[in-house]
Design a protein around this ligand. Structure first.
Ligand code: SAM
Ligand code: MD0
Length: 350
């Protein structure tokens, strides 16, 4: 891109003038490190404008890896018979959640595969709803649920029990690409579940998967769609190829693109929460993601909980690298610090 064009776009974003599709597309077409540096500098300025130097920390409990779906990108797709699976019981889930809260996270994300034991039976979610209620009463910590697609009735039960966030990533807003990723899952139903959640008073998280056949145009469409939906938290994860899945040989992706997407999301949605996940590159990937304008760290997993990651099922878990303790020094190196629980609660209520 011509230096003068980039200047003009960056100036607009600093003044928080909305970018059009063409401008978002030109930002996403950047290929040089120098240009990326200029974009991330503005992304950090905008993050500071809304969040000062405060970062939010999310604990992650992936309590069942059974799934009825066959997503082509996912290690835990139902056709993968060679992956060892687990389903944690209530005591194990509660103990992990409490451990996370005690370690200083601001939120607990209860995530599961679309486990038939929950999804395909009449009262399948009853115990989980009760756990959300108990956890909320015992700790008052904000809770995110990532159960996949659930009925509006169940969504409402979780809301009443105290769930604050509903996460359900579309992966892409190109319906044709979606149909190749989330096999036989309705694009519209998945989109609708998020608007239903929003109407129930949930905060919603939308996410996209990068490097699975998406074009730059697709990413630009997604970013503008996320803005239009009013998603409260917006994320991108670089696709990590998984053994014994249809995309196993897809090849590893350049993480330059994920960093650029994080920064462009910050430029387009300066006041939204944007995660730096530990689930793609582990602790060593944190610095770059924070430098790109992320302000939430996700996928914090207690080392002895026996719980896995999603895109990196074991990376940095057993050795305790996905813990608050290991994250704090990285924050400090970036002149950042963890927010207080009060600051997080103020943000989610605003
Ligand atoms: N099963 C629920 C669902 O599908 O909504 C819960 C969350 S799902 C486990 C979490 C997300 O992890 C997916 O939506 C996808 O964006 C991401 N993910 C899964 N496999 C991945 C992979 N191989 N590489 C990168 N991200 C991946
Ligand atoms: C993460 N591994 O935050 C988790 C997961 C699901 N809500 C979150 C993708 O990176």
């Amino acid at each position: 891109m011509k230096a003068s064009k980039l200047d003009e776009i960056l100036k607009k974003t600093e003044q928080e003038i909305a970018l059009n599709h063409k401008e978002v597309l030109s930002l996403l077409s950047i290929t040089s490190q120098d240009e990326l540096n200029r974009v991330t500098l503005v992304a950090r300025k905008l993050r500071e404008r809304y969040f000062q130097n405060k970062v939010f920390l999310y604990g992650f409990a992936y309590f069942s890896t059974y799934c009825r779906n066959d997503c082509t990108f996912c290690l835990y797709r139902k056709s993968n018979k060679s992956v060892p699976r687990y389903r944690k019981n209530c005591a194990e889930i509660m103990s992990t959640a409490h451990g996370l809260v005690d370690s200083g996270v601001h939120l607990v994300d209860l995530t599961m595969g679309e486990d038939p034991q929950y999804h395909n039976s009449k009262h399948g979610f009853r115990d989980l709803v009760q756990m959300v209620r108990d956890l909320k009463q015992e700790t008052s910590t904000p809770i995110m649920i990532s159960p996949g697609l659930i009925s509006p009735e169940v969504l409402w039960e979780f809301r009443e029990a105290g769930a604050d966030w509903y996460a359900c990533y579309q992966e892409t807003h190109n319906p044709t690409l979606y149909s190749r990723l989330r096999i036989e899952q309705s694009y519209d139903e998945r989109m609708k579940s998020k608007s239903a959640a929003k109407e129930m008073g949930y905060l919603i998280e939308e996410g996209l998967l990068a490097g699975v056949g998406d074009s730059t145009e697709d990413i630009a469409d997604s970013i503008l769609m996320m803005k239009k939906m009013g998603a409260d938290q917006v994320r991108v994860m670089t696709f990590v190829p998984q053994d014994n899945t249809p995309l196993a040989d897809w090849g590893t992706n350049s993480h330059f693109r994920e960093l650029l997407i994080i920064a462009v999301m910050r430029l387009v949605m300066p006041d939204r929460l944007i995660p730096a996940t530990l689930d793609v590159d582990g602790l060593k990937g944190l610095d770059k993601r924070l430098n790109s304008g992320a302000n939430v760290i996700t996928s914090i997993i207690p080392p002895s909980s026996g719980m896995a990651g999603v895109s990196q099922s074991s990376l940095d878990i057993g050795d305790g690298n996905r813990t608050v303790e290991k994250i704090i020094p990285v924050l400090r190196l970036n002149n950042l610090e963890p927010a207080t629980q009060g600051e997080y609660q103020t943000w989610i209520k605003s």
